[in-house]
Design a binder for this molecule. Structure first.
Ligand SMILES: C[S@@+](CC[C@H](N)C(=O)[O-])C[C@H]1O[C@@H](n2cnc3c(N)ncnc32)[C@H](O)[C@@H]1O
Length: 272
């Protein structure tokens, strides 16, 4: 199989690389990810002028900057505006009875930013009317996606689900060479703090959140680690705070601290 490839890529190369990525990120790369590793990392070899994967394995071990590029290359960053929209509808409902002057929200594993911007598009008009300040922490492990999130530039067709008024309020349409793209307006980006944060290891945050979105991230971790991270989210939430998980991520029913309040939505009860 490897004879048709530009670079020889053995299972041992794959295994050495996936172990390094796992030790850092917690992502559990199954055997079927071998082709994905090859496709994404062959580009790195070409860029660096490296001629073998044996050399690349060593490089990743020794060179911190390349290690970061390597991790960025193998993470899966699929996301979209209004992904799993019932969560944003629920958040909007929650805001109607919100009593504090600031709402703190964390988008953990925000990828290229569509999730935190969607949160804001949904609640900012109401919050401004009610004079509720909105603070969003948007974090990810991958520094490339964080840069894209911060730049806030998307294809116009990515936001086509929004009506003209919403698009006009929150996005600036590109012209000339930027035609077909749009950029989020400062009214959205100024509510967000972007930060690199690795969920695999304990983190320190200086505030508690009313809502945490961690969707389609825990799916890549082993069960024990998932539960450990969910425990840590519990200590980052205010009493009765809500955790939104991805469509295939569940909290075991027998955990009394969490009340299932809808599809992949859990409220911290204080019990247990
Ligand atoms: C599939 S995307 C999900 C994006 C968004 N939450 C959504 O549901 O549309 C998963 C994101 O989790 C990030 N991720 C993976 N492992 C991580 C870790 N250990 N710490 C923080 N983020 C991580 C990836 O870089 C990626 O951007």
């Amino acid at each position: 199989m490897s004879t048709q490839r530009e670079f020889e890529f053995t299972f041992a190369h794959f295994d050495a690389l996936r172990k390094q990525a796992h030790n850092y990120s917690g992502i559990n790369f199954t055997d079927d990810k071998l082709e994905m590793f090859y496709a994404r990392l062959a580009k790195r070899l070409r860029k660096l002028g490296i001629t073998s994967f044996s050399e690349y394995v060593k490089r990743v071990k020794q060179d911190q900057a390349e290690f970061s590029e390597f991790v960025n290359a193998v993470t899966t960053n699929i996301t979209a505006f209004e992904r799993e929209p019932h969560h944003f509808a629920h958040l909007k409902e929650q805001m109607k009875t919100f009593k504090k002057s600031t709402v703190n929200i964390w988008s953990a594993g925000c990828s290229t930013g569509q999730e935190p911007y969607t949160i804001l598009v949904n609640i900012l008009p109401f919050c401004r009317q009610k004079r509720i300040e909105v603070k969003v922490l948007a974090s990810d492990l991958d520094t490339d996606v964080l840069s894209k999130a911060q730049a806030g530039i998307y294809k116009v067709k990515d936001v086509e689900m929004y009506g003209q008024a919403v698009k006009k309020q929150f996005f600036r349409k590109g012209i000339g060479p930027k035609e077909g793209f749009c950029m989020v307006k400062p009214v959205l980006s100024e509510c967000i703090e972007f930060r690199q944060l690795n969920l695999f290891y304990p983190w320190k945050l200086d505030r508690k959140f009313d809502f945490i979105f961690c969707r389609n991230v825990l799916i890549y971790f082993e069960q024990k680690k998932k539960l450990e991270i969910i425990d840590r989210f519990a200590s980052n939430l205010v009493p009765n705070g809500i955790l939104f998980l991805g469509h295939s991520e569940l909290i075991p029913r027998d955990d009394p601290r969490w009340k299932n309040i809808g599809t992949n939505m859990y409220q911290l009860t204080g019990a247990g």
